[in-house]
Design a protein around this ligand. Structure first.
Ligand code: PRX
Length: 590
C-alpha cells in the first residue's frame, strides 16, 4: 500500500493539508490544515444512478437505493437539521434499525459538521437516554418501529422514554406508520420534503465526525470520538486493501451501523469507494439459519464480511449453505473475535466452496479501521491468525516490560506511533483517552493478548481482561475455547474463571453441542492435552446457546458469576437473556 498521503489523495479535499501528520504523543493531527467533507466524498462525487444499497427487509421486500437517493435524502435532512438549529459540532443521536435512512442520517450530520452518535437500535431506552445525556445531543433521529425476528420493535416508545423531560427534538422515520408524534416531533418525510438541500461544508480534517459508545472497564460506556480526514483515509484505504472491490462486486458486511464495523465498513468506506452493497434488515437466522445464504444467493454477493459468531451459529444449526448457489462469492472476511481453526475451515469449505480466500481483520472501535489483516494474496493464510499489520501501522506484541515478546509467546498488543484512523479523544474525558497510553514514548495499549509467529503473523488470544490466572499460569479464555471447539461435537464454547481457594482460579467451560455432541471428559482430556494440565476445566457444561451481547460478544462475566454461584448482575444488554437461565440449569445438572 502506498503512503498515507497518497491514500489521502484518493479522496476529494476542499483544501489540501499542510502537514500529513502533527504528532505530539499521544495527540495526533492527521492531514492538519486540510479541509474535507465526508458526505461529499460518500455521495456528491458518486454516480447518482449507481446502486449504493440493495436493501432486503426481513419480510423479503427489496429496495434498490441509488447514490442519488441517498444524496437527496441526506442533503434535505441536513437542510432540515439546520432549520432546527443544529450546527457545526452539535451532536445528533441516531436510533434507527437497519434501513437506508440510517446511513442517510449519518451523512446528513456529516454534511453540516454535526457529530452523530449512533445508538444500536437493539439497546433499550435507558442506554439511549444515558448516551444522549453524555453526548449532549439535542436532536434524535429514530423510527416508529423496526422488525427483528418477526417482531415489531416499537422504537418510538423507547425513544419517547429516553428523551422525556429533556427537550430533545425527535425526527421519526415512518416504517410502520403507527406512532403518534409529540409536540417537538416531526416525521422524516415531512422534514425532508419541506427542506431545501444543504450543501456540504468544508471541515477541518480533525473536525469530529462521530461519537460511538463502547464498553470500558467501568459501568458507563465511553464515547469514542473520531475525526474526519484521518478516519476516512484509514477506513477507505483498508477497505481497498482488504477487499479490493471492483466493478460488478456485490459486497455484504453483515454488521449493523450501530457498531463500529458498520460505521467504517458499511457506511463510510464502501460509499466513499462507490461500492454496491447489500443491507439486510433482520436477524441472519430468521426465519431459519439458511436466511443468510438466501440473501447472499438472491443478490449475488461476491464479498462477505461477517463475524465468527455468525459463522458458528450457522455451524451449530446443522444447515449447510451448500443447497444455495453461492458461486458468485469470491472473498470471505471475518471480524470481531478470534476465528478459530474449525470455524475458519467451515467458512472456507462450506461457505466458500474451498475457492475463496478467508481474511481475518483485527481492529477496535478506537482504531477506526483495520489494523491487522493479510489481504488476499498477501501471505499464506494461517487458520486462527488475523495476519500481519496493515502497512504503515506498527502493531507489536510485547511482554510485560514492553519488550518484543519472543515469537510464539503470548504478549500484549501495542501500537507504536499513530495511524490515521486513531480516535481523536474520549468524549468528555481526557483521562480516559490518556489511559490508553503508557511507556516512554507512549505506546497505545490495545488491551488484547496475542502471539506473533516467525513470519510476523499475529494471532489474537482475546482481551487481556479475559485472561485467567490458574495456579500462577496465565491462560487465555480464547485458547481454551478454540481447543474445546476443535472437538467435532462442539459448535462453540466459552471459558471463564471461577474463584478457586487453592489455585486462584479454576476454569469452567460452557459448550454448545452439534452433531453427536460431546462428553465432558472428552473436553477435559482435549484441554489437558492441547493447552496443558493446568488448564483442565473443573466444570464442563453443555448449553443450547451462550449468553451474548447484541454485537455477538460472549458474556464470560455472566457465566463466571453463575459458575461461582453468585448473582450474574445486569443481563439487560444480552441478545437473549434466556441464555442465562439455560446456563444456570446446565450448571445444576453438571
Ligand atoms: O478483543 C478484540 C476483538 O474485539 C475487540 C474490539 O471490539 P470492538 O471495539 O467492539 O470492535 C469490534 C470490531 C472491530 C478487540 O480488542 N477483536 C476484534 N477483531 C478481532 C478480535 N479478536 C480476534 N480476532 C479479530 N479479528
Amino acid at each position: 500500500m502506498p503512503g498515507w498521503g497518497e491514500e489521502a489523495g484518493r479522496l476529494k479535499w476542499s483544501r489540501r493539508w499542510d502537514a500529513e501528520l502533527e504528532w505530539d504523543p499521544p495527540a495526533a493531527r492527521w492531514f492538519a490544515g486540510g479541509q474535507i467533507n465526508a458526505s461529499y466524498n460518500a455521495l456528491d462525487v458518486q454516480d447518482p444512478s449507481r446502486t449504493a444499497i440493495i436493501w432486503e427487509g426481513e419480510d423479503g421486500s427489496v429496495r434498490r437505493i441509488t447514490y442519488g437517493w441517498l444524496l437527496d435524502q441526506a442533503s434535505r435532512l441536513a437542510g432540515g437539521l439546520l432549520s432546527m438549529g443544529v450546527g457545526r459540532g452539535d451532536r445528533v443521536a441516531i436510533y434507527l434499525p437497519m434501513i437506508p435512512e440510517l446511513p442517510a442520517a449519518m451523512l446528513a450530520c456529516a454534511r453540516i459538521g454535526a457529530v452523530h452518535t449512533v445508538v444500536f437500535s437493539g439497546l433499550g431506552a435507558a442506554s439511549l437516554r444515558s448516551r444522549i445525556a453524555d453526548s449532549g445531543a439535542r436532536v434524535l433521529v429514530t423510527a416508529d418501529a423496526g422488525y427483528r425476528r418477526g417482531a415489531r420493535i416499537r422504537l418510538k416508545e423507547a425513544a419517547d422514554e429516553a428523551v422525556r423531560g429533556t427537550g430533545v427534538r425527535t425526527i421519526v422515520v415512518r416504517r410502520t406508520g403507527d406512532a403518534s408524534l409529540g409536540p417537538g416531533d416531526t416525521w422524516w418525510d415531512d422534514l425532508v420534503s419541506g427542506s431545501a438541500p444543504a450543501d456540504p461544508v468544508p471541515l477541518e480534517s480533525c473536525h469530529p465526525l462521530f461519537i460511538l459508545y463502547t464498553s470500558g472497564t467501568t459501568g458507563m460506556p465511553k464515547g469514542i470520538l473520531h475525526g474526519t480526514g484521518g478516519y476516512l483515509v484509514h477506513a477507505c484505504s483498508t477497505f481497498r486493501l482488504a477487499f479490493g472491490t471492483r466493478p460488478g462486486d456485490i459486497y455484504w458486511c453483515t454488521a449493523d451501523p450501530g457498531w463500529v464495523t458498520g460505521h467504517s465498513y458499511v457506511v463510510y468506506a464502501p460509499l466513499c469507494c462507490g461500492a454496491t452493497q447489500v443491507m439486510y434488515e433482520g436477524a441472519p437466522d430468521h426465519p431459519d439459519a439458511s436466511r443468510m445464504w438466501q440473501v447472499a444467493e438472491r443478490h449475488g454477493v461476491t464479498i462477505l464480511y461477517t463475524t465468527p459468531t455468525a459463522i458458528r451459529m450457522q455451524m451449530a444449526s446443522g444447515i449447510l449453505p451448500g443447497s444455495h448457489d453461492l458461486s458468485a462469492l469470491r472473498l470471505l472476511g471475518s471480524v470481531g473475535e478470534p476465528l478459530g481453526a474449525p470455524a475458519w475451515a467451515w467458512y472456507r469449505d462450506e461457505v466458500g466452496g474451498g475457492r475463496c480466500p478467508v481474511i481475518d481483520t483485527w481492529w477496535q472501535t478506537e482504531t477506526g479501521g483495520m489494523m491487522v489483516v493479510d489481504p488476499p494474496g498477501g501471505g499464506t493464510p494461517e487458520p486462527g491468525y488475523a495476519g500481519r499489520p496493515v502497512p504503515g501501522i506498527d502493531v507489536r506484541v510485547v511482554d510485560d516490560g514492553g519488550r518484543p515478546a519472543p515469537d510464539g509467546e503470548r504478549g500484549r498488543i501495542v501500537v507504536s506511533g499513530t495511524w490515521p484512523g486513531m480516535m481523536i479523544g474520549v468524549w468528555g474525558s481526557e483521562e480516559r483517552y490518556a489511559s490508553y497510553w503508557s511507556g516512554d514514548p507512549p505506546v497505545y495499549q490495545a488491551g488484547d493478548y496475542a502471539v506473533r509467529d516467525a513470519e510476523g503473523r499475529i494471532r489474537i488470544l482475546g482481551r487481556a481482561d479475559d485472561v485467567l490466572n490458574v495456579a500462577g499460569h496465565r491462560i487465555g479464555t480464547a485458547e481454551i475455547e478454540a481447543c474445546a471447539a476443535s472437538h467435532p461435537g462442539v459448535a462453540e464454547a466459552a471459558a471463564c474463571g471461577v474463584p478457586d481457594p487453592v489455585r486462584g482460579q479454576s476454569i469452567a467451560v460452557f459448550a454448545v453441542p452439534r452433531g453427536g455432541g460431546f462428553e465432558p471428559g472428552e473436553i477435559r482430556s482435549l484441554v489437558r492435552r492441547d493447552v496443558g494440565p493446568v488448564a483442565s476445566p473443573r466444570i464442563v457444561c453443555s448449553v443450547p446457546r451462550l449468553p451474548k451481547t447484541r454485537s455477538g460478544k460472549i458474556m464470560r462475566r455472566i457465566l463466571g458469576a453463575l459458575a461461582a454461584g453468585s448473582d450474574p448482575g445486569d443481563t439487560s444488554t444480552l441478545e437473549d437473556p434466556g441464555a442465562v437461565e439455560d446456563a444456570a440449569r446446565a450448571l445444576r445438572g453438571a
